[in-house]
Design a protein around this ligand. Structure first.
Ligand code: ZN
Length: 461
């Protein structure tokens, strides 16, 4: 749990120092039984400057996204998210990490529900209006630049020359290769390590970290979108603005990449309890209780075993175990045989509900525009927007899942069987996951018997 406090000149006079904010937020966390892992404190004396940096707020968002903390207690919403854009960024993180909690000392708000979000949006929108007048001029200028697609960053983006427009071919090719590799199942750590070994550096001259590589690859600029306040810049009609330079990736590749990298399941599949990642880690389920089986290593024979473990957090009956090498061998054989008489697919199919999602998001921006222009009241707009947003969320989720599946299928190598031994573990797993959603193992008839393939049931996609 993280606590967030902020001093601002306009409330200092009320004696609302950081000390008291911290005490109060601690109390709230304590009442809810949450452990405090970290306190984030921004010293912010220029309350009306839209460009004021809040390094601790940024660190908090990164920690929320990365899993270092599981929620936030802030003194009040206004202190946490002064700008609607800040709130939207937080909401997006709450979207991608279900189970995050949010509380403030002053209000009862739950960012994980759409009602809570609507409430928060209204509050931030109104609080923002009062401090907006002085900053409106600057904002409008930035927005205008963004809408014209003028690059505004000070440092050259990776993949481009110092003019920020001309492509630097070697770097652009690295990015495209990384996209292909990720879609084929390779882990980001492997790619970051390779780049570092090749001596590739970030535009700041630093070695690549997995997290930096990820945020670059999921950035809308990869697909040529102009960014404004860390999101895709939109024109007055709500259409995305394209930057005035050639993109590194095409839109559909970039969208698939985002679907793969932002998949909440990905983190689970890439980090295991129960030892090193194996071919079927996360895919093998216990036939008695249904829980994913862990992987144990037998040190005497240096082979692995998939076992159902009794765990308080995840359940598990603890009664089923199966030989790892035998399982890996069997499932590999089944998958390769299954794929041998299937044609290789090179083109992803279009997603069926694209138009519906577009309609829903257009409707949301129309309603928000009507509210901003004062044509409709909040009482009319926000309940409708909430409903539409729930629909959009569902559609986006379906779309991301579909894109992930397509990425696995389209990027499956040709002649899988002949190249199989040369594929690394991540790529072998990607091939298996493209056709199998789970492998269920029933309990053995008697202990210590031979491996019995009839215990294994493959759930094909
Ligand atoms: Zn079990």
């Amino acid at each position: 749990m993280g606590l967030y406090t902020r001093i601002s000149s306009d409330t200092e006079g009320l004696g609302l120092g950081v000390g008291r904010q911290e005490d109060d937020t601690r109390t709230v966390a304590g009442l809810r039984g949450w452990d405090v892992a970290c306190v984030y404190q921004d010293n912010d004396y220029s309350a009306f400057d839209v460009k004021v940096r809040r390094p601790e707020f940024e660190r908090l968002l990164a920690d929320l996204e990365g899993g270092a903390v599981d929620g936030v207690v802030a003194y009040d919403l206004d202190r946490f998210a002064r700008q609607p854009a800040d709130l939207e960024r937080a909401i997006r993180i709450f979207d991608t990490r279900p189970g995050l909690v949010f509380a403030t000392v002053q209000q009862d708000l739950d960012l994980s529900t759409s009602d809570g979000r609507t409430m928060a949006r209204v509050m931030v929108a109104f609080a923002n209006k009062s401090s907006m007048d002085t900053s409106r001029r600057i904002k409008r200028k930035n927005l205008e630049l963004a809408q014209r697609g003028v690059p505004r960053s000070t440092r050259r983006p990776f993949g481009y020359e110092d003019d920020k427009v001309t492509i630097r071919p070697a770097e652009a090719e690295l990015v495209r290769q990384a996209a292909r590799d990720v879609l084929a199942g390779m882990g980001l750590h492997t790619i970051a390590r390779r780049w570092n070994e090749l001596g590739v550096r970030t535009p700041y001259g630093n070695p690549w970290l997995q997290s930096v590589l990820k945020s670059m690859l999921v950035s809308p600029r990869m697909a040529g979108y102009r960014i404004h306040q860390r999101d895709i810049a939109r024109d007055a009609e709500g259409n995305p603005v394209m930057a005035k330079r050639e993109p590194l990736l095409d839109v559909s590749t970039w969208e698939s990449l985002c679907a793969v990298l932002k998949d909440p399941e990905r983190t689970r599949r890439h980090t295991y309890t129960g030892g090193r990642k194996r071919l079927l880690s996360g895919l093998v389920r216990c036939g008695t209780c249904g829980v994913p089986m862990s992987c144990d290593k037998d040190f005497r024979r240096s082979i692995h075993t998939y076992v159902c473990k009794q765990q308080t957090t995840r359940g598990g009956c603890g009664t089923v175990a199966v030989s790892g090498p035998r399982m890996d061998e069997l499932v590999t054989a089944l998958v390769l045989r299954y794929l041998s008489d299937r044609a290789v697919v090179h083109e992803a199919n279009p997603w069926v509900d694209e138009q519906r999602l577009h309609d829903v998001t257009t409707r949301i921006s129309e309603l928000m525009a009507a509210f901003t222009a004062g044509e409709l009241t909040g009482a009319v707009v926000f309940p409708a927007v909430s409903k539409l947003e729930a629909q959009a969320d569902e559609l986006r989720e379906a779309r991301a899942a579909w894109l992930r599946d397509q990425a696995l299928i389209v990027n499956r190598p040709e002649n899988v069987a002949s190249v199989w031994p040369e594929l690394d573990l991540d790529r072998q797993r990607a091939v298996i996951e493209s056709v199998i959603s789970a492998v269920v193992v029933k309990p053995a008839a008697r202990k210590g018997g031979r491996f019995d393939p009839s215990r294994v049931e493959v759930v094909w996609r």
